[in-house]
Design a protein. Structure first.
Length: 358
């Protein structure tokens, strides 16, 4: 029996994870955490003793002694749990990409010390992880992340000027939490995923590519040095990568409808539009600069997305806010978690200043 601490239990990933754990005789929930939503009913239904709403994750994790931490918290708030699991060598099933983007080298160092498994839940990274299993690093030429393109794919920058919050939340292929849905509309999500892939797989940015694939059937690809591309195909259903991470390496059954290949799959790919969706190249630039620039990118994006969802700024101003904040921070590397929290806070202040012009 493996004990799962589920952080972000009330969210989109969290609810699907509850379903996966409930189906598996080898998994049990040992801890539940949310940011604000109540957990009493869920805890009672699954006999979970360790429950916490808000506050610090470390105490809950110490007390509940998990074998697996599924980090499905949204945003930088997930960084403490990510570092906790990596440092101790507890299996980390990571949905909370923001923590790996922000913590970067600190997370990698903790992972090296802890020596545990770091299993991506993000569908693209789960796909790449599976395509890379058993391959020699020198055979890998390039990782190719697929992006659905979000609800605004094909629109020009001018056409994005007046889009609404409701338009941005209307994702064509995935049903997800609000923050990541807006990130998918701006392509910041793919930007975060580019940095996430860099840290997960140790591949330099020049060998990380992004391609738009509107039907979200190919979850990502790996190009090898002999020209062969290995791809991971499936329904766009997060229960698959959640289950893969929680039951690794057993790959438990998941009740998804098989893809009907004979019905004809739409496997179109196209280049992302950097002009309409500048947050993708801003992420790449932040990743290449290193230090705490990725942390600042993430922090400013969180502030800007929240402001957009509150109706304080328009859609195009999300990217403008992030770009402005990145120009104001020093990006100095973080030596420890305190440095990282300070870098996150500085970027948030820079973004807030941009939102409220003097
Ligand atoms: P969501 O908004 O639906 O849920 C977020 C969860 O985090 C909620 O349970 C919320 O209570 C909790 N939370 C928020 N602040 C917290 C805090 N300070 N402390 C503890 N818990 C807190 O988000 P989601 O769509 O489930 O996404 C969760 C994470 O997974 C994000 O990092 C997202 O990028 C990633 N992810 C999601 C999907 C998806 O399909 N939803 C796919 C890939 C990756
Ligand atoms: Mg993803």
């Amino acid at each position: 029996m493996k004990r799962v601490a589920l952080l972000g239990a009330t969210g989109s990933i969290g609810r699907q994870a509850v379903e996966i754990v409930a189906r598996s005789p080898e998994l049990e929930l040992c801890a539940l955490m949310s940011g604000s939503g109540p957990l009493d009913a869920l805890a009672a239904a699954h006999g979970v003793e360790h429950v916490q709403v808000g506050g610090s994750a470390a105490g809950l994790l110490e007390a509940s002694e998990p074998d697996i931490v599924l980090n499905a918290i949204v945003g930088f708030a997930g960084v403490e749990a990510t570092l906790w699991a990596l440092e101790r060598g507890v299996i980390l099933a990571l949905a909370n990409k923001e923590s790996l983007v922000a913590a970067g080298e600190l997370a990698l160092a903790a992972h090296r010390r802890g020596g545990g498994l770091l299993l991506p839940v993000d569908s693209e990274h789960s796909a790449i992880f599976q395509c890379l299993e058993g391959r020699e690093p020198e055979t890998v030429a390039e990782l190719v992340l697929t992006a659905s393109g979000g609800p605004f794919r094909g629109r020009s920058r001018a056409e994005l000027e007046h889009v609404t919050v409701a338009d941005a939340l209307d994702h064509p292929t995935w049903a997800m939490g609000r923050k990541i849905t807006v990130d998918s509309a701006t392509l910041a999500n793919k930007g975060l995923e580019l940095i996430e892939a860099h840290w997960l797989f140790g591949i330099p940015y020049e060998r990380l590519a992004v391609v738009v694939h509107p039907t979200s059937i190919v979850h990502s690809l790996v190009r090898f040095r002999d020209g062969a591309l290995l791809a991971h195909l499936g329904q766009p259903d997060m229960r698959v990568p959640i289950s893969f991470a929680l039951t690794y390496p057993d790959r438990a059954a998941v009740p998804v409808a098989p893809l009907d290949l004979a019905a004809g799959l739409d496997l179109r790919f196209e280049a992302p539009d950097d002009d309409a969706f500048p947050l993708l190249r801003l992420a790449r630039a932040a990743g290449e600069r290193g230090g705490t620039f990725p942390c600042a990118y993430n922090a400013a994006n969180e502030v800007a997305v929240a402001a957009f969802l509150e109706g304080r700024i328009g859609f195009l101003e999300i990217a403008e806010t992030v770009a402005a904040a990145l120009e104001q921070v020093d990006g100095a590397p973080a030596r420890d978690l305190d440095d990282l929290v300070a870098a996150d806070a500085a970027a948030r202040r820079a973004a807030e200043r941009r939102l409220v012009p003097a």
